[in-house]
Design a protein around this ligand. Structure first.
Ligand SMILES: CC(C)(COP(=O)(O)OP(=O)(O)OC[C@H]1O[C@@H](n2cnc3c(N)ncnc32)[C@H](O)[C@@H]1OP(=O)(O)O)[C@@H](O)C(=O)NCCC(=O)NCCS
Length: 272
């Protein structure tokens, strides 16, 4: 679905950033109180990545690591990743498609802290891959303090990801989250405390993880599965399963290819 929307924008010969700027210009004209804010955050920037680097630096800067310093870090990290713009586009459209409260693209860019946490994590991940671990850990800390989202820089996360509400999301060092996954607030992808090394969950494509779910250990959540709210998952889950409970058990199979895209959090689509 995200890929289809991106194709529509390309067909219209318009980038997502142009669309966001048009929306912001309209709001600035209608609500003059917001005009200078929208000018500084959106309208003055030629590209989405330039605006994103500025926005994240403003949100994450502190006395010890200033916004100016972090701005340079984001510019370097985003500039080095040729796929960064595509990842950001997919993540914005994932929110726009899936969050029924989301009315437009520009407010997704400006206000969704799950989106901000994920994009700042992408910079931390790049730094980690470059061997610049101390700086990556500074970013992890700033993201955790500012957004309440704690993702280890070494984790692996795809694109088309939505962190809805986002507060309290924790993702461990060896976790994998494939493309097109939705994760709600207070979800932990953590270790059991009994394993070392590769010890965190592997979440396959299209999975929907409901609020408060705790997925613990080096286990696999199969593609297209649904983990319902407050489940504690301790074992592998086959693809297209629906799991619920503490400890979680498979309560049905799921006939939806990617529950993450539909934000299908209940037992609907459950065939058993
Ligand atoms: C790891 C953990 C889930 C279970 O550890 P454990 O004590 O070794 O227990 P086991 O895995 O052997 O399970 C023992 C039984 O209790 C059950 N069980 C485990 N956790 C449970 C829970 N939270 N609620 C209810 N039952 C639970 C298991 O299903 C198992 O039942 P069974 O014997 O009928 O199969 C538990 O200790 C825990 O929650 N640890 C905290 C880990 C954590 O917070 N990680 C996040 C880090 S960011």
């Amino acid at each position: 679905m995200v890929e289809q929307l991106l194709r529509v924008f390309r067909f219209m010969n318009q980038s997502l950033w142009q669309q966001i700027q048009q929306e912001a210009a309209k709001v600035a004209a209608e609500e003059p109180v917001l005009a200078s804010f929208l000018q500084v955050t959106i309208l003055k920037h030629d590209t989405m990545l330039a605006a994103l680097g500025f926005l994240l630096a403003e949100k994450l800067g502190c006395n010890a690591t200033s916004a100016l310093t972090l701005h340079e870090v984001f510019e370097e990290a985003f500039g080095a990743d040729r796929e960064m713009e595509d990842k950001v586009n997919c993540d914005i459209l994932a929110i726009y498609n899936r969050d029924s409260a989301c009315q437009d693209l520009f407010s997704t860019f400006l206000y969704y802290k799950g989106f901000h946490a994920l994009q700042a994590w992408r910079a931390a991940h790049w730094l980690w891959q470059q061997g610049r671990k101390p700086l990556a850990l500074v970013l992890q800390n700033r993201i955790s303090v500012s957004f309440g989202v704690d993702i280890h820089p070494a984790a692996q996360i795809g694109r088309g990801i939505m962190f809805d509400h986002a507060t309290g999301i924790v993702i461990g060092e060896t976790a994998v989250v494939e493309d097109c996954v939705s994760i709600l607030q207070s979800v932990t992808l953590g270790g059991t405390g009994k394993e070392t090394g590769d010890r965190h969950p592997k979440v396959r494509r299209g999975v929907m993880i409901g609020p408060g779910a705790k997925i613990l250990g080096n286990i696999e959540i199969g593609a297209g599965s649904k983990v319902t709210a407050a489940s504690v998952v301790l074992n592998d889950i086959p693809a297209h399963s629906v799991v619920a409970g503490v400890p979680a058990t498979v309560v049905g199979t799921n006939n939806i290819e990617a529950p993450a895209e539909l934000m299908d959090q209940g037992l609907s689509g459950c065939c058993d």
